[in-house]
Design a protein around this ligand. Structure first.
Ligand code: C5P
Length: 399
């Protein structure tokens, strides 16, 4: 599965760098091509000569190495890979990645890449447990960075705990799964999820009861099939899935901007429960009772219809497949079919949320897929299962 894949391996400056020499060998045994990048610090632990000999490749070391730039610029270098692996990922490298620094070759490549990035953290247990590392790790995960390890055990510094870099077979398994020859490999999917919040004043807002569960399950199912997912989410009550890039928003207008910033995409799935209206006369200070007994009157303005805007983009900008949702309480197929035509999307997943179905807030869903071919009723199944079905159908169209 990793044979003939190109892996850009950034070796950080930690004692575990010695394991990276073995990692290079084992990756090459499996037919992968490894392009090594050393940080200045890692040269204290492994030599460019041994790394280059094991990789049978030039070692990239310095951002301002003009001969290397003439051969292959740093942007190209990061794009030519199928996967970027950082092993060991030191506390410092993780901090740089989380902060978006680009002041040496390794950090610049990590900022410039459009490929998946897998990190194998390695550091002293106290550094691993430090709140700064916790913060950085959370940020990296929400940026869609994949992680493997660290393991628990005795450390080179004499302490015991979490921080040992994952062993080579474990890293290889993570590389295989990151490269997982899933049918959506190389495809970019934008998924919207959760509710939006529309401010009334700085402390109050109008929202809805969407939990974000169905959108989250869809994003996770797409990742499973190898897609690169940008997950644009309102304030949901379930955490975002692993392996996606999370863009957190509050209002419909922020969600629209985030979706357009994330384009181009091969597919867009609109699972968010977007507020149709925002408060047009929202106050910029907290509203107070004035003693007159009169309640304030809210005025509303219509929010942008993100799904319709994206579905009506020019063909060279429009995702190949645009999927919307329709929650209906009666005449599901007729209403959803009309909605599909009005919004200009390719598919609508429609469901009946009328009382008694137990769907709203429940764990199961019964959907009808409305497409140009007509309506197709799916049997009632768990929301996770609906997500997997949808991801498979998407793969059938754009893989
Ligand atoms: O019109 P209605 O809200 O029923 O349409 C639902 C579909 O449209 C969902 O896929 C939802 O995510 C999307 N939508 C949107 N922007 C809006 C309203 C709805 O993307 N402002």
């Amino acid at each position: 599965m990793i044979s003939s894949k190109r892996i850009l391996l950034v070796i950080g400056g930690g004692i575990a760098a010695y394991k990276s020499l073995d990692l290079i060998r084992r990756l090459r045994d499996r037919g992968a091509e490894v392009t090594p990048v050393l940080t200045q610090a890692s040269e204290h632990f492994v030599t460019p000569l041994s790394v280059s000999a094991l990789a049978s490749q030039k070692v990239y070391r310095d951002l301002f190495d003009l001969t290397a730039e003439a051969e292959m610029g740093h942007i190209e270098l990061s794009r030519a890979a199928d996967l970027v692996v950082v092993a060991p990922a030191t506390a410092d490298l993780m901090a740089k990645m989380a902060g978006g620094h680009a002041n040496d070759l390794a950090s610049t490549l990590l900022m410039a890449t459009d490929k998946r990035v897998l990190i194998a953290p390695s550091m002293n247990v106290r550094m691993w447990e430090h709140p700064a590392t916790r913060r950085n790790l959370a940020r990296l995960k929400s940026d869609g960075i994949l992680t493997v390890g660290p393991d628990e055990g005795p450390m080179a510094c004499g302490e015991f705990g979490f921080g040992r870099m994952a062993e080579v077979p474990q890293i290889i398994a993570a590389v295989e799964s990151a490269l997982g020859a899933g049918p959506l490999q190389g495809r970019h999917v934008v998924v919207t999820s959760g509710p939006t919040q529309e401010p009334i004043d700085p402390v109050r807002y109008i929202a809805n009861r969407s939990s974000g569960a169905q959108g989250t399950a869809i994003a996770a199912a797409l990742v499973q099939l190898g897609a690169r997912v940008t997950f644009v989410t309102g304030p949901a009550s379930v955490p975002p899935p692993a392996g996606v890039r999370v863009v957190a928003v509050e209002t419909a207008r922020q969600m629209r901007d985030a979706v357009f910033d994330a384009l181009p995409a091969d597919v867009a799935v609109f699972a968010a429960a977007v507020a149709d209206w925002r408060v047009a006369n929202a106050a910029d200070r907290k509203m107070k009772k004035d003693g007159s007994g009169r309640a304030p009157a809210l005025e509303f303005a219509e929010n942008p219809d993100i799904l319709a805007e994206v579905a009506h983009l020019a063909p060279d900008q429009r995702p190949r497949l645009v999927v919307g949702f329709a929650a209906e309480t009666d005449d599901v197929v007729a209403h959803a079919t009309a909605k599909r035509a009005r919004k200009g999307c390719d598919w609508i997943l429609a469901n009946d949320v009328s009382e008694g179905t137990g769907i709203m807030g429940g764990s199961e869903n019964e959907v009808t897929l409305i497409s140009a071919e007509g309506a197709e009723l799916w049997p009632r199944m768990a929301k996770d299962e609906v997500a997997r079905h949808l991801a498979q159908r998407i793969a059938g169209v754009v893989a």
